[in-house]
Design a protein around this ligand. Structure first.
Ligand code: NGQ
Ligand code: ZN
Length: 459
């Protein structure tokens, strides 16, 4: 955080009600206090050509960054099993997770967060479940790994909404957990203690948010789910209806589909983020809209894991709220999450500009605005370039070929649809300059620690 007063002068700024010119933005202790268009710059102002608000990444498992690209070959037994799947990937992920210690875990999280900032994600929802030591016993400080997430956020500067995960069962109906899940498990008392300690670990960050994440309906019983909710006033996130096998298992257990079950048995409202919700029927979609919950879409990971395609077109038409997350972090790119979200719908519907509604509406602007709003809601903060929000600014690089000779929403379309990388020039987070000329200021040191951790892990 930058302490004291600070002024930005932004020639073109994307404000909550649209593009504005010659905007003077005042921040105090990293928080925006005033935004005024049509101003002259002061002599000390930080000058920015084009600025948009930092985007929230509403779903991440940071440690999975280190196994990115390592699960792209057919696995042993895949042919007999009818091919690789989400479930065979999960086996590999569990095996990888077993090797992590607090230091390597933190080094990987720092690398992931640096990459997030470099693409314009300024806050992350860390859906964090690697709690215990490799033997499954809690660390001396039960919130050791939560503290490591906080330390990685601190080192990189990214905003953190920590979502400690409660995990107790292997499948619907309270099936006992498997040995591979031993590092994730709690009973309700243990989890309550974890949350208290996690709160302490977040305090130094200043604007961290603490929520709760029942991992999925597979991992918690109805009784546990009900007991978790009073433990937080923050956001509530869970994975839901990502795979058809999970939908079928839920039907076998309850006679209902996962989202249908959740909407009928839990007080789903605007505090909730339903991650994936890939396999939903129209009535379930409508129920999510009416509850005001956010659907957390992770298009790159959903493609990578073969999840399926969320019916975003219908959800958007119904006024549904959404945000994007980098989930497995197989590739960290805010623009590409938005691009793939739109492209999935184009491929399925054989149309163009499918999500933007009305005539003359930019797809890039529609995607960016929607994802910004959804992430703000799901991560429990104020957002956008307005008083009360954190001074999280992303400056676009007008020298980039995809951004040249255009203006306004066309910059967003250029960034999201036409730029490979390099469209983000600078990022300030809580007023602190964290990315300059496309590179995080701590990039070299973080990359070195990451390389050392990886060499050790993969040797
Ligand atoms: C996770 N990932 O928690 O990392 C999950 C896999 C599970 C995604 N769902 C584990 N993409 O769902 O059981
Ligand atoms: Zn996930």
């Amino acid at each position: 955080m930058t302490t004291g007063f600070q002024h930005f002068w932004i020639d073109h700024a994307l404000l909550p009600d649209g593009w504005a010119r010659q905007v003077r933005l005042a921040a105090r202790d990293g928080r925006i206090v005033e935004v005024t268009p049509g101003q002259r710059p002061g002599p000390e102002d930080i000058r920015v050509e084009v600025a948009v608000p930092g985007l929230g990444n509403l779903h991440s498992h940071a440690f999975q960054r280190a196994m990115a690209g390592l699960t792209e070959a057919t696995s042993a037994g895949a042919v007999a099993a009818g091919g690789d799947s989400f479930w065979s990937w999960r086996e590999l992920m569990y095996r990888f997770q077993d090797r992590l210690d607090p230091d390597s875990f933190q080094a990987i999280a720092e690398q992931a967060y640096v990459e997030m900032l470099e693409v314009g994600f300024t806050r992350v929802g860390e859906f964090h479940y690697l709690h215990h030591a490799p033997d499954g016993r809690p660390y001396a400080d039960p919130a050791e790994m939560c503290a490591r997430v906080a330390a990685a956020a601190q080192a990189s500067g990214i905003g953190l909404t920590l979502l400690p995960v409660f995990y107790a069962h292997a499948d619907f109906g309270g099936v006992p957990p498997s040995p591979a899940q031993r590092r994730m498990l709690h009973d309700l008392d243990g989890f309550t203690r974890l949350l208290e300690r996690a709160g302490d670990a977040l305090a130094p960050l200043g604007d961290a948010v603490l929520g709760v994440a029942p991992h999925s309906l597979r991992a918690v019983t109805p009784g546990e789910l009900a007991a978790l909710l009073p433990l937080t006033e923050g956001p509530i996130h869970l994975h839901i209806a990502e795979q058809l096998r999970e939908v079928q298992a839920c039907l076998d257990w309850s006679g209902q589909r996962p989202v249908q079950w959740l909407l009928e048995h839990a007080p789903v409202d605007a505090r909730w983020c339903l991650v994936h919700a890939t396999h939903v029927e129209p009535a379930e979609l409508q129920g999510i809209v009416e509850a005001g919950a956010v659907v957390g879409l992770c298009p790159i990971t959903e493609a990578n894991l073969g999840d399926g395609i969320f019916p975003m077109r219908d959800f958007a038409r119904a006024g549904g709220r959404f945000g994007v997350g980098s989930d497995s972090n197989v590739l960290i790119d805010a623009a590409e999450e938005l691009r793939l979200l739109e492209y999935g719908q184009r491929l399925v519907s054989r149309g163009r500009n499918v999500l933007a509604q009305g005539e003359g509406v930019s797809s890039g602007r529609w995607l960016f605005d929607g994802a910004l709003r959804g992430a703000v809601q799901a991560l429990g903060v104020a957002g956008g370039l307005q008083a009360g929000a954190s001074a999280d600014l992303v400056a676009l690089d007008l020298r980039h070929p995809a951004l040249q000779a255009r203006e306004g929403d066309a910059w967003l379309d250029g960034w999201i649809f036409a730029a490979r990388q390099g469209a983000v020039r600078d990022v300030w987070r809580q007023g602190r300059h964290v990315v300059r000329d496309g590179q995080h200021l701590q990039r070299a040191g973080v990359a070195k620690r990451y390389a050392a951790a990886l060499a050790h892990l993969l040797s």
